[in-house]
Write a protein that binds this ligand. Structure first.
Ligand SMILES: Nc1nc2c(c(=O)[nH]1)N[C@H]1C(S)=C(S)[C@@H](COP(=O)(O)O)O[C@H]1N2
Ligand SMILES: [Mo]
Length: 438
């Protein structure tokens, strides 16, 4: 049942039809290729012409008429002017709409929490629509007492917690192993979201069932048509995994596994089983499809790494980036995100010259373990070409590697776990492109 058709995301990049970045831009319709006006009118740059700004003195339409009623949208929506801030697919990565991925528009977001409607979506058998009254979660296998929980059972359980965590698909940046390919951080890095989860520690449920001392692994299974199954070491399951029913304070979205998903902090997104319906305790891993033929890292010599659970420290500058070009010379703020599956981001350095010189960026907002951290670099732009990079460090002392350093260890057969340093080339007209420095 888990044999769904494989999207090209999971195939060797060489097997994909190659498309130039330019034509990709046209396909995606992001409009980042349009010429960027450098200079122009703003509060900071008074027009040299002395023409009055028509947006200051005349009373605008929205002041002359009454606005919309308070409850026009019983469930609120973003401003109509933000209609382009949406999840997007990559046409040639979309094998079928049921086994595919749509990407988070990172270039348009700020702070550290991803809005629920913009979280990237990755599933292998379409989106299950589960009736919460019929939802059941079973715990069985090497336990004293097999148990079945209803959604209400989980929701009324004492010991509920709130935790912010990033979820990154192991295939994030997977298309970039052999060179710069996709033109926008939405596509190169957008298989990530960062949410506040509400749920019950998995340990609470496992303790209720009573894990047999020989139990060492937990199999998590989804109720979707893909019947996603992954083996999780018991130690991790007992440490910090959650059985979550809410994201950012409201019920999980159907896309994210309504009504219940597994949260596996810091570990690859594939293990975060959505529409969770079964947990089986056993004494060894089950070697399911998603942990053998998929989500293993093929090395240069043809051998594969067995399990690569943890997502290593990584970062990307979200603005400027190809979909968020630089618009004006003078004072600017560079914005980016960093995260680490091993702990807390302690420092991010930014280079504007392709890695020759580095400046320590300003971390702002909460820096929590295994959660996204926001960084800024305030800089003055004289209109020269820039090669923008960011390099994350975490509290284990780990430093994000360059792509060259990563390839020296991993070769270029890999798809998964690409956490190499990203380079954006900012041209003197502000247009920004995905490049690599040699
Ligand atoms: N049941 C189920 N769980 C699943 C999947 C799936 O197809 N079915 N996809 C996995 C993969 S590969 C990833 S990267 C994450 C994506 O989570 P998201 O859709 O919330 O972004 O869910 C994981 N959990
Ligand atoms: Mo994934």
């Amino acid at each position: 049942m888990s044999e769904t058709s494989l999207p090209p995301t999971e195939r060797a990049p060489g097997a994909q039809p190659s498309l130039s970045r330019r034509s990709f831009l046209n396909l995606a319709g992001v409009g980042a290729g349009a010429a960027v006006a450098v200079g122009g009118r703003s509060a900071l740059a008074a027009p040299a012409t002395g023409e009055p700004d028509p947006n200051i003195v005349p009373v605008p339409e929205w002041t002359k008429t009454l606005g919309a009623p308070v409850n026009e949208n019983p469930y609120g929506k973003p401003s109509v002017f933000e209609k382009d801030v949406v999840r997007r697919e990559v046409t040639w990565l979309t094998a079928s709409s049921q086994s595919s991925v749509s990407f988070t528009p990172l270039y348009a977001l700020d702070s550290v929490i991803t809005p629920n409607g913009l979280c990237f979506v990755r599933h292998h058998g379409g989106q299950a629509e589960i009736d919460p009254d019929k939802y059941r979660l079973m715990i069985h296998g090497m336990v004293d007492k097999p148990l079945v929980f209803t959604l209400e059972d989980i929701k009324r359980m004492p010991g509920r917690v709130n935790r912010a965590y990033f979820l990154e698909c192991a295939a994030n940046s997977g298309m970039e192993w052999r060179g710069a390919q996709l033109n926008g951080c939405q596509f190169t890095h957008g298989m990530i979201h960062n949410l506040f989860y509400t749920g019950v520690p998995l340990k609470t449920l496992l303790d209720m069932a009573g894990v047999n001392p020989k139990g060492k692994w937990v199999l998590a299974e989804g109720a979707d048509a893909a019947v996603m199954t992954r083996s999780i070491p018991l130690e991790k399951a007992m440490n910090d995994c959650l059985v979550a029913f809410a994201m950012n304070g409201e019920a999980l979205r159907p896309e994210q596994g309504y009504p219940v998903r597994l949260v596996v902090p810091g570990w690859e997104g594939n293990m975060w089983v959505k529409w969770l319906r079964r947990l089986k305790v056993g004494d060894q891993p089950w070697q399911q499809r998603e942990e053998t033929s998929k989500y293993t890292d093929l090395l240069a010599d043809g051998r594969s790494r067995r399990f690569t659970f943890v997502m290593d420290a990584k970062s990307v500058v979200t603005s400027p980036s190809p979909q968020a070009p630089l618009k004006r010379k003078g004072p600017n703020v560079l914005s980016g995100i960093a995260w680490s599956g091993r702990g807390t981001i302690t420092r991010v350095d930014v280079s504007l010259d392709g890695g020759r010189n580095w400046t320590t960026a300003r971390l702002d907002g909460p820096a929590m373990p295994m959660s996204m951290t926001r960084f800024y670099l305030d800089f003055d732009w004289a209109g020269q070409e820039l090669m923008v990079q960011s390099r994350a460090m975490d509290d284990t002392g780990y430093v994000q590697p360059t792509k060259q350093e990563l390839r020296a260890v991993r070769g270029t057969n890999s798809i998964y776990h690409n956490n190499g340093i990203q380079t954006w080339l900012v041209r003197s007209n502000g247009e920004t492109e995905n490049v690599e420095v040699g």
